[in-house]
Design a protein around this ligand. Structure first.
Ligand code: AMP
Ligand code: MG
Length: 448
């Protein structure tokens, strides 16, 4: 697993080294045939061709009358063409009336053009078949199921094909509908449905299980006892995993007990493509994740390697492939801001790599520091500060305003942020107005 051969605990990894190590260990999931809605958001792995023309038959784009063009040539308000209405064609009609010379068929949007007809005149170009206003006439005619409303007066000529959607005009049979590699958004799902595909081969969404650790944790909705806090990380991380594209499950928090944690991990392994833990990875006395997972889980199981990263927040991190299926496990620090930042930097790219998505990282932009005072940052560490991004009105470099301080417990400030401000390892001070790199949260890499 490790790209570097070293004593992980006694050395410090850069953010990039850790990310490269993690991403180097994961491969896209094997494709599955999934029903359309389950395939939404996934990457297609087959070229899909159009089996039969779309639309499958010539049909009307308007409510009106299907006519022969010669019958309405030269028709006007003053000299309307008077046609005999021979039937009614609704969307879904199987049996169609033949439209002969001097005849018309009342037709609805999406209904097949009946044989003999060459164009459709919208109802607004006619007397609606009753000599009254078009709306009243359509309403009157609709009470007559045969649609044989007698006669219709047409006030305007229509050229061949007018208001007719030709078979195959959307997509021809045999044409490529969607190429392998396409990310299936709603319009792509719609196209697949339109051409009759009920299921497609895609890379599935990974199943991510989130386990938080800490004897102090109580689920939201329950009363806090002395020294207790609500478990927020498992909710943030589960929501973030879903946001990244995963099917994420939140397991209940595990107390700071190595055996319980080992049991919980083993129990969850069978249903996870990725395991994410929070807490218990630093050097405190009850840092059980390290204690429980730093050794082999079972005869087959791999181990999790714990390391220090040159970043703030998020210094302690664990990563390994565990269990017989070598499921990636990312052990994130417990401080709420640290765990969320770690998720964005390391877990989100893992999820998106497993999905085979073309862009796995949040988009980066340059922005000017919008602050009254300089920012300070520790030497040798890449710092990720929370901020609000302000795009420039003129389309140039935008600004970014820090929210809250550097404290990794500041969840209220985190909830105000929509960006992470990146202060490089070698930079210890940033003056207002200076340019920085910013990661845009809430924006998919593919969107920028
Ligand atoms: P740890 O990494 O387990 O030492 O936790 C560091 C800090 O984060 C402590 O103040 C914990 O109480 C807090 N913390 C750990 N896990 C969670 C969680 N799931 N939700 C909220 N805070 C947490
Ligand atoms: Mg803890």
């Amino acid at each position: 697993m490790s790209a570097r051969r070293c004593d992980a605990l006694s050395s410090t990894w850069s953010v990039d080294e850790h990310l490269a190590d993690v991403l180097g260990a994961v491969r896209p999931l094997e494709p599955l045939e999934l029903s359309l809605l389950d395939a939404h958001g996934c990457v297609l792995v087959e070229d899909v061709t159009v089996p039969t023309a779309l639309p499958p038959f010539d049909n009307s784009s308007m409510d009106g009358y299907a006519v022969r063009t010669a019958d309405v040539a030269g028709a006007s308000e003053e000299f309307p063409a008077v046609l005999t209405v021979v039937g009614d064609v609704a969307a879904g009609s199987g049996e169609l009336p033949e439209v002969g010379p001097g005849q018309a068929a009342r037709i609805m949007t999406g209904a097949p053009l009946p044989p003999g007809a060459q164009a459709v005149v919208p109802v607004e170009w006619t007397d609606g078949g009753k000599g009254a206003g078009p709306a009243a006439a359509m309403a009157a005619a609709s009470t007559d199921p045969s649609g044989a409303a007698g006669e219709v007066r047409v006030h305007r000529a229509a050229a061949e094909g007018r208001h007719v959607r030709r078979a195959g005009s959307d997509a021809a049979a045999g044409e490529l509908a969607l190429a392998a590699g396409t990310v299936l958004g709603p319009p792509q799902i719609g196209l697949l449905a339109a051409i009759g595909r009920g299921s497609v081969r895609v890379r599935p969404r990974p199943r991510v299980v989130v386990l938080s650790t800490g004897s102090e944790l109580v689920p939201p909705g329950e009363k806090l006892g002395p020294g207790q806090i609500h478990d927020s990380n498992s909710f943030v991380l589960t929501a973030a995993a879903r946001d990244a594209g995963a099917l994420a499950y939140r397991a209940s928090a595990v107390a700071d007990d190595a055996d319980s944690l080992r049991d919980a991990v083993e129990e969850q392994l069978v249903r996870a493509d990725v395991l994410v833990t929070s807490g218990g990875v630093s050097v405190g006395a009850y840092d059980v994740v390290k204690e429980a997972l730093g050794e082999r889980l079972d005869a087959d199981g791999g181990a999790v390697e714990f390391r220090r990263l040159a970043m703030q927040p998020g210094k302690p991190q664990g990563f390994g492939l565990v269990g017989p299926d070598r499921v990636p496990l990312l052990a994130l620090p417990g401080n709420p801001v640290s765990s969320y930042v770690s998720f964005e930097l390391f877990v989100r790219p893992v999820i998106r790599t497993l999905m085979g998505l073309p862009s796995v990282h949040r988009p980066k932009v340059r922005a000017r520091l919008a602050a009254e005072a300089p920012l300070t940052s520790p030497d040798g560490k890449r710092q990720f500060l929370r901020g609000r991004y302000e795009p420039s009105e003129g389309g140039g470099t935008g600004g970014v305003r820090p929210v809250g301080g550097a404290g990794s417990h500041l969840v209220a400030a985190l909830a105000q942020a929509d960006a992470l401000i990146v202060v490089p390892e070698s930079v210890t001070e940033v003056a207002p107005g200076e340019e920085l790199e910013v990661l845009l949260l809430g924006v998919d890499g593919s969107a920028v």
